[in-house]
Design a binder for this molecule. Structure first.
Ligand code: GLU
Length: 509
């Protein structure tokens, strides 16, 4: 019988979620929804030394902003959550399976102190063996339940000596599994070490808790970052040792997100250097450090998701813009590439621009209203309409379109130097009565302007830049006649007259 698709995103709350983590969550979500399955959010907090306060809330909020809603787990109540491994440990969930592994001889107690482990590594280094690991070659010379008698082991446990439980990796065996993205992955068990599964404080390690929970939560597909690929063989062995081979999930290890130049994994430092965020939302560490987020930088969550979906996946067509629903329809793991996906800051902005441009002027007006001095909705909507093709973010509408709200106080020096000619003041002065006697509408203004330059045999560009400078203070921008219509006759005429004087003063300085 085909099992219902169930996938999980299983972050450890060790800090803010990198966009690589958000992409993993997204691919899991898309895969689940595409296949009519469930998406679980499980927090893997067994390593208390790496626990960071606030990280779990951050993860929940970030996914919420992205529209990635879990069906079960963190943030979902009742029987369906929250799935937090530290709490599941309290319920004694993992201990049972450790005992089972000890019983079947696939795991053993080890009592070695950190110093003894150091000595072991030193010795193996000097001997020049192939590795310095705790494994089939070295375990027989260490202090564990394979070398000590049953009585000695019991005595140590009774005396409260600290111990760990290690997995007993079989020697010289090919461990194989099929990765949906990479095909067959084969590793010789010689290269694996006897990883710690459980500690005497009752806490399971990542490997054990992860496998046990995937099994108990009936996970059918493990979709995670490439950095977990080396753990695959151990997990496959644990499924076998626990007798769960028939319920083993399929694996898909996602490619890394690379730096813009392709040299290595994208890091926070790359973001700082390139002026782009690597986190979905702003992060404030318990120590008060902050890191910027896409949300606070003015990105639409739909654009962020769309951009992330394309870092590793493509639909096989020319289409680049996909809503979350469309991504659900189109997504497949077969179309996820093996090689790392280069992060492209320009493309990231491009996605935001596309989403901004299809928003209605009214919608954009709502967004800029809290930041604007003028709250006339009709005016704001018109301004958005005029500026939306020229900006990457909504707040830039106000910055770049400053002259739509107030007269310029400065005139772009470069343009003045290059384009403000001896006859420019005269051209502007001539146009004042022309425009004064014209209906203040885009087309009428343009016709009046054209008639004037034809009459005077002036170049279009030359005359245009003169009035643009006077009206906006800038050398470029959206249609000037639309700008004039928007700010109105009185204001336009005032600016033309003031421009002649102000630019003259600016040149004299
Ligand atoms: N807790 C692991 C992490 O932080 C989960 C890896 C996995 O998905 O198996 O990414």
């Amino acid at each position: 019988m085909k099992r219902k698709v169930r996938v999980r995103f299983a972050p450890s709350p060790t800090g803010p979620l990198h966009i690589g983590g958000v992409r993993t969550a997204l691919y899991n979500y898309l895969f689940a929804k595409k296949n009519g399955g469930d998406f679980l959010l499980r927090v893997e907090d067994t390593d208390q030394t790496r626990y960071v306060k606030g990280a779990e809330d951050y993860i929940v909020e970030a996914l919420q902003w992205c529209g990635i809603t879990p069906d079960e787990g963190i943030g979902v109540g009742g029987d369906l959550g929250p799935y937090r491994q530290s709490e599941r440990k309290e319920q004694g969930i993992y201990k049972k399976y450790v005992d089972q592994l000890l019983e079947s001889g696939n795991a053993y107690y080890a009592f070695d102190t950190p110093e003894e482990l150091d000595v072991m590594r030193e010795r193996l280094k000097v001997e020049g063996g192939h590795s310095q690991q705790y494994d089939a070659n070295s375990r027989n010379s260490m202090k564990n339940s394979l070398t000590l008698s049953a009585e000695e082991v019991q005595e140590k446990i009774n005396a409260g000596d600290p111990f760990v439980v290690r997995v007993k990796i079989p020697c010289d065996e090919e461990v194989k599994f099929k990765d949906i993205i990479r095909g067959w992955v084969t590793v010789n068990s010689e290269t694996l070490d006897d990883k710690v599964l459980f500690k005497s404080d009752g806490m399971p390690t990542y490997h054990l808790a992860n496998v046990v929970d995937d099994y108990l939560m009936k996970i059918t597909h493990v979709i995670r970052g490439e950095e977990w690929l080396p753990s695959g063989p151990l997990h496959v062995l644990l499924y076998r040792f626990l007798g769960w081979e028939n319920e083993m999930p399929e694996f898909a290890h996602l490619p890394l997100i690379l730096k813009p130049n392709g040299n290595g994994k994208l890091s926070k430092r790359d973001g700082d250097a390139g002026g782009f965020p690597v986190f979905p939302i702003e992060w404030k560490s318990p120590e008060g450090e902050t890191a910027s987020g896409y949300r606070e930088s003015g990105y639409f969550s739909e654009a962020h998701i769309n951009m992330l979906a394309f870092l590793g996946w493509n639909p096989g067509t020319e289409q680049e813009l996909f809503s979350l629903e469309e991504l659900v329809q189109e997504f497949s793991l077969e179309r996820v590439g093996k090689s790392g996906a280069k992060f492209d800051p320009d493309k990231t902005k491009w996605f935001n621009e596309q989403y901004l441009r299809v928003k209605s002027n009214e919608e954009l007006a709502e967004l800029i209203k809290p930041l604007a001095n003028n709250t006339d909705e009709k005016l704001l909507a018109d301004i958005c309409g005029l500026m939306k093709e020229r900006v990457s973010f909504t707040n830039e509408i106000l910055e770049k379109g400053k002259y739509l709200f107030e007269a310029p106080t400065e005139y772009d020096a470069k343009t003045v130097k290059k384009k403000w000619k001896d006859d420019s003041p005269q051209i502007v002065a001539d146009l004042v009565p022309v425009f004064s006697n014209t209906e203040f509408k885009n087309e009428a203004l343009e016709t009046a302007f054209k008639t004037y330059i034809e009459e005077k045999e002036l170049g279009f560009g030359k005359a245009m830049i003169a009035i643009r400078l006077a009206i906006t203070g800038e050398g470029g921008g959206p249609s000037l006649f639309e700008i004039m219509e928007l700010i109105g006759k009185e204001e336009s005429i005032k600016r033309l007259n003031a421009g002649i004087e102000n630019i003259k003063k600016e040149i004299e300085v």
